[in-house]
Design a protein around this ligand. Structure first.
Ligand code: BGC
Length: 764
């Protein structure tokens, strides 16, 4: 089996477990879309959200307060009651009943990392978007805002008023099974893009959420792992991504993660939740636990957790008792309630609840295609192999990756149900266990690359080979002018990749096809980085990520040149696993007499069997500040493809770097399109800090997406704010600018920086 996992070790999340169950209530029933208009003085919109929240709290009973601080209990949902609040839930995934008498709405939540996953399992259509890693590779804050707008409209049309995304964990472990859900390895890039996406969702009156807070950087063993990491590394990378995203978006919720951080669970960690998030970053929203990640009542509440999801084991009756006994003071309870109410009011879900509509399918298609066209990365293009000239091609072999029926998608809580069903039936042994099937099944979206290619090359003979037998595929490739191999790598939540190699026989397949045809193009559908032992033997490689419902059109447009690729990698592709910070994956240990399986209160009954992978263990992130490209730079390792890298069908030249320092930096330079066709260049700015700062060799401090006609030159200005020049001083618990000589770099990737200029900065 290709994953670090077997049944006893498998980490299904409760969210997916629960989506297997029939919906407790469905559309159009018992008031789901009934407008729950505010009643009372708190409905006065001229008051601030804080004032209005306090006016509501003054009216609330203790039971009503407690009710707002947890989801419907798992047991309650599983019992599928025929009456009561649970019948109003759109899905069993995430539901907190409101207080109708006070006009406080139900919270209806859905994940939305690659489209809205919450309603599809109940038969409602939602758009399957490309993965978050594809979104990140577009490096396009304007596009991210548009993505948020599209997601926001679709959420509202389905009746959801709270989104459970974006995921912005740093890629410290490239085998993490959720790299497809995240936005790469740089905090500025991930935080900025997530910030724009969530800002747009909030503008459409949704509560938004950023996750998983924090240092949840491997998914196997996520409930038992203890992430050991320095405060400085956290603040300058993992937490910085959240800091930026929250500042840009005003997101209403932060989801604390399953893991422990330096010995304390993320959902009961006073340092991360209260000292950093609430005090230092001034976060006014509420902290919500990942599903089943609440491990205590008093400890969690006092550390800063506000809402337990999805059940009531800690923040139901136990919280009520703790308040009655004084273990959790009434002031803290009121603060928890205040945070959730002020967020509901501030986001607009109270004054402007969602109304049902059919989702705007066309808007979704357009967005899915746009993301893929901007996020796909051209990794290799020898001798101008691409774009293909349709009129000149007589025969094309399309091979592998189920390209005759669909495109790969990511699994777990973010899995968007494939419209029309999964065209690739899972193997029968997987179906023996329906829970395993949901988690491990490779789900393909019905967007057919073969058809996209046929549509472009109408005069050519296009033949498909499934790639199961490399010799047969090679024979077809030999008799064709061009061979296009589709290679896939499935990722799913809770399950890390065993390694970074393409699974199954795909490396051998590519080798065989490349040996048979010198015009071999590889299209990768992967969640993150993969190794490419065959890279020197193929003529072109396109990284298409998980391409979404319009993947076929987008990939064909890139292959045939209707779209000039402009995406750049948001994460490093290593040459070998020996080069990554932790060459051997940190698997959870096997239980024995001294290290028994822990009993975690967050996971009742059978869910515990699925969520707890083994005894407690540590993941020591001793690479510290050296995340992603910073590691390769510091360790003098040459990656296969560096962070920020991506080719285009045109070329660019950089000149005229000027740097002005003031409050921050103003970096300007010129970019010229030196090729024959229009293109979009992602021009990047990096900074080397003085040696005294003890930083990795360089960090990304800004970028600009420059649209250039053939031959055109533009001036580019990138402003760098003081925070991105700073280091986090652990002793002073403060950011500071180290005095000394800095170097500013500009260019087309982290390893292609033709311009540099020194700049002296005073300490601050
Ligand atoms: C995942 C979260 C998700 C939640 C609800 C958990 O398993 O870790 O990312 O938001 O389920 O579906």
């Amino acid at each position: 089996m290709k994953y670090v996992c077997f049944m006893g070790k498998m980490a299904l999340t409760a969210a997916v477990v629960l989506t297997l169950l029939p919906a407790a209530g469905m559309y159009g029933q018992s008031g789901l879309f009934q407008s729950q208009q505010p009643k009372g003085p708190w409905s006065n919109k001229s008051l601030s959200p804080d004032q209005r929240a306090d006016l509501v709290i003054a009216q609330m009973t203790l039971d009503e307060k407690i009710q707002l601080l947890h989801g419907m209990g798992w047991q309650t949902i599983m019992a599928q009651p025929e009456s009561g609040p649970a019948t109003r839930a759109i899905t069993t995934l995430g539901f907190i009943p409101g207080v109708p008498r006070l006009g406080i709405p139900d919270l209806q939540m859905s994940d939305c990392v690659e489209g809205i996953s919450g309603a599809g399992t109940k038969g409602r259509y939602t758009t399957a978007l490309p993965s978050a890693e594809a979104m990140a590779a577009a490096w396009d804050p304007v596009l991210s805002y548009e993505i948020g707008t599209m997601i926001g409209h679709e959420m509202r049309s389905l009746g959801f008023n709270m989104s459970l995304g974006s995921g912005i964990n740093m890629i410290r472990e490239p085998r993490n099974g959720r790299t497809f859900e995240y936005k790469g390895e740089d905090p500025l890039l991930a935080g900025t893009l997530a910030g724009q996406e969530l800002k747009a969702e909030k503008a459409l009156h949704l509560i938004t959420d950023v996750k998983h807070f924090v240092a949840n950087d491997q998914d196997v063993g996520r409930t038992t792992v203890n992430s050991v990491i320095s405060k400085r590394a956290l603040r300058e990378s993992d937490l910085l991504a959240f800091q930026i995203a929250l500042r840009e978006s005003g997101a209403g919720a932060v989801m604390c993660s399953y893991n422990r951080i330096n010995g304390t669970y993320a959902c009961e960690n006073p340092y991360t939740l209260t000292d950093v998030l609430k005090k230092d970053l001034g976060f006014k929203g509420f902290v919500i636990s990942d599903w089943g990640a609440t491990q205590s009542t008093v400890k969690a509440a006092m550390a800063g957790l506000d809402v337990e999801m999805p059940g009531n084991d800690s923040f139901g009756d136990p919280l009520k008792k703790a308040v009655e006994s004084g273990d959790v003071p009434m002031e803290r309870l009121n603060e928890m309630v205040h945070r959730i109410l002020r967020t509901e009011i501030d986001s607009g879900i109270v004054d402007d609840p969602p109304q049902p509509e059919s989702p705007d399918v066309m808007r979704g298609f357009e967005m899915a295609q746009k993301i893929e066209e901007r996020g796909a990365v051209l990794l290799k293009n020898e001798h101008g192999q691409l774009p293909l000239h349709a009129a000149a091609i007589k025969s094309i072999a399309v091979i592998g990756g189920h390209a005759d029926v669909g495109v790969m998608s990511g699994g777990g809580s973010s899995q968007v149900s494939p419209a029309g069903g999964n065209p690739v039936p899972p193997p029968p042994e997987l179906l023996m266990n329906p829970l395993a099937a949901i988690w491990l099944t490779e789900v393909y979206q019905r967007s057919v690359p073969l058809k996209g290619i046929e549509d472009k090359a109408r005069g050519a003979q296009v033949k498909f080979d499934p790639g199961t037998d490399p010799a047969a595929a090679a024979a077809l490739a030999r008799s064709s002018q061009v061979a296009i191999v589709f290679a896939v790598q499935h990722e799913s939540e809770g399950i890390d990749l065993k390694n970074l190699s393409l699974p199954g026989n795909q490396d051998a397949l590519i080798e065989a096809v490349a040996a048979a045809n010198p015009h071999t193009i590889v299209v990768l559908e992967t969640g993150g980085a993969v190794l490419m032992p065959w890279i020197d033997k193929v003529s072109a490689v396109v990284e298409a990520w998980y391409p979404g419902i319009r993947g076929s059109e987008a990939i064909a447009n890139i292959l045939f040149g209707d779209v000039n690729p402009s995406g750049k990698l948001a994460l490093t592709f290593p040459k070998s696993e020996a080069d990554i910070p932790h060459p051997v994956h940190n698997d959870p240990p096997k239980p024995d007499a001294t290290h028994p399986m822990p009993k975690l209160p967050g996971f009742p009954g059978f869910v515990a069997m699925l969520m707890v992978n083994g005894p407690f263990f540590d993941a020591v992130y001793d690479e510290g500040l050296k995340v992603g490209y910073k590691w390769y730079d510091a360790e003098n390792k040459t990656p296969l493809f560096p962070f920020g890298y991506g080719l285009s069908y045109t070329t660019y030249a950089y000149s005229g770097l000027q740097v002005q320092s003031g409050k921050g930096l103003e970096v300007s330079f010129k970019v010229r399109n030196t090729g024959k066709r229009a293109g979009e260049e992602i021009a990047q700015v990096y900074l080397t800090l003085p040696a005294a700062a003890q930083e990795p060799p360089k960090r990304l401090v800004g970028w600009s997406k420059v649209v250039l006609a053939a031959g055109e030159e533009k001036n580019v200005t990138v402003k760098v704010e003081p925070l991105f020049l700073s280091i986090y001083n652990e002793d002073k618990s403060a950011w500071e600018v180290v005095p000394g000589e800095y170097t500013v770099w500009a260019g087309g990737s982290s390893r292609d920086l033709p311009l540099s200029a020194p700049v002296k900065l005073e300490g601050k």
